[in-house]
Design a protein around this ligand. Structure first.
Ligand SMILES: [Zn+2]
Ligand SMILES: [Zn+2]
Length: 160
């Protein structure tokens, strides 16, 4: 890493876990770069600047929107980047709960949520003819949620 002692702004920002306050470690999970908490095993997914990734593998489209429970509740957890209260929302289809930053910095996924969705997807896969790797599907969904279009959908649903 290049050190710029006189340039405060070029230092890499050390984000902390909204649950336990320990430093998050950059890691790769489901083929995505995330910030991972080694203590509670949750992960922080930063807002990706890339747009419109959802058409890449799946057409989430209206199905996705229809399965978002249109209500978000503020939590005690703070955004690692701006300290705003994270908003909890639910994705009904997988009974998945996540928290997102109202300022679009990213969202937080607890370890048990992550693994539970993978299990649910494995069950679903067994029922389907489609042979797509569960890990690929989950990573596609996470990439989708990374995207700006997903955040704008959240804002549409939950915003003021
Ligand atoms: Zn943690
Ligand atoms: Zn934020």
């Amino acid at each position: 890493m290049i050190v710029h002692p006189d340039r405060e702004d070029v230092k890499e920002v050390q984000v902390k876990c909204p649950r336990c306050g320990v430093d998050l470690q950059p890691t790769e999970r489901h083929k995505l770069k995330v910030s991972y908490c080694q203590s509670c095993k949750g992960m922080w997914l930063e807002h990706d600047e890339l747009e419109q990734l959802e058409d890449e593998v799946f057409d989430f489209g209206d199905r996705w929107k229809g399965t978002l429970v249109p209500r978000a509740t503020p939590t005690n957890a703070k955004c690692p980047e701006c300290a705003a209260s994270l908003q909890r929302f639910r994705y009904r289809f997988y009974d998945l709960e996540m928290e997102f930053c109202p300022n679009q910095h990213g969202y937080w996924l607890d370890d048990h949520e992550d693994t539970r969705v993978l299990e649910l997807m494995k069950q679903e896969e067994a029922d389907l003819e489609r042979k797509l790797l569960v890990e690929d599907k989950w990573s596609a969904m996470l990439r989708h949620m990374h995207s700006r279009s997903f955040f704008s959908r959240l804002k549409d649903l939950f915003g003021p």
